[in-house]
Design a binder for this molecule. Structure first.
Ligand SMILES: O=C[C@H](O)COP(=O)(O)O
Length: 276
């Protein structure tokens, strides 16, 4: 633990030096632009998608976000309206945010989201099983959903705020990766604490060790409560220092956030922007 805190202090110092327009642009291009409210409506999600469509024209010198992330019943609306085919559609599924449903329902929900157009599926590791040390159920659920969604990418949310101990975060990371996760993600954004640099560091160390063991590169997605440019640059810096340059792109790094994009844009353009 002492070593980790020491490493994090060093990484935080490096992150301060990384807060420049190149890194801010990179962070922006890795955003999963998220709307996951119980008040989301079809008209809201349509307007949200149209902002992403307009972005290329309005800011031709900037990259667009990596994906739009919505509830599964809103995938169809995004699919029908999204014009930029470089922007993916991500859906939370599998009984998000608590994973308290039947595996048959979770599989069906994830598969339906893909059928309506989702490229990426974000599920929550079944904490009700993990916290009882039932690794078998955790592996079965992740493996079954992964198989059901075919070519779509699977992100597994560990809800690190509920795990707290570094050893549990590491164990959950390995369970998810060994069961086929393409990304591991910190948090749902629906409980506190959400993403923390400590949890991110532990997860990146697990991704590094899993890669050394298997040769497979698993992506990392911090999410939940990330709203400032400084936060985003710190998570990018953790990834760079632990995993290296290969991970510094949207195919291996995402930031899930509902409030970050405007703040990054404001810092990039040096004026207050409320675009999304
Ligand atoms: O998956 C993404 C998170 O739900 C976003 O959380 P946030 O609304 O705190 O940014």
């Amino acid at each position: 633990m002492e070593t980790m805190e020491h490493n994090l202090a060093a990484i935080k110092a490096i992150a301060k030096g990384n807060n420049n327009s190149d890194w801010q642009e990179l962070a922006f291009s890795c955003i999963d632009l998220t709307t996951l409210n119980s008040t989301d409506t079809v008209s809201h999600v349509k307007a949200f998608t149209e902002r992403v469509n307009d972005f290329e024209n309005d800011y031709p010198n900037l990259p667009n976000v990596a994906a739009i992330c919505v509830h599964p019943n809103m995938v169809r609306t995004v699919k029908e309206n999204l014009l930029d085919d470089h922007v993916n559609i991500a859906a939370v599924a599998g009984g998000f945010p608590c994973s308290m449903s039947f595996i048959e329902v979770k599989v069906k929900e994830a598969r339906m989201a893909v059928d309506y157009g989702a490229d990426e599926i974000d599920i929550v590791l079944p904490l009700w099983a993990f916290l009882d040390n039932d690794d078998v159920i955790c592996r079965e659920e992740v493996t079954t959903i992964k198989q059901a969604i075919g070519e779509a990418h699977l992100k597994v949310i560990l809800e690190t705020g509920a795990l707290a101990e570094p050893a549990k975060i590491r164990h959950a990371s390995f369970l998810a990766m060994e069961s086929g996760a393409d990304f591991i993600k910190t948090s749902t954004g629906k409980m506190n604490p959400a993403a923390t640099p400590e949890a991110a560091l532990e997860m990146c160390l697990a991704i590094r060790d899993y890669h050394r063991k298997t040769g497979r590169k698993v992506g990392f997605k911090p999410a939940g409560g990330i709203s400032t440019t400084e936060d985003a640059i710190l998570y990018l810096t953790i990834v760079k220092e632990v995993l290296g340059e290969d991970w510094l792109n949207p195919s291996l790094f995402r930031i899930g956030a509902s409030r970050l994009a405007n703040n990054l844009l404001s810092d990039l353009l040096d004026e207050e922007v409320k675009y999304f």
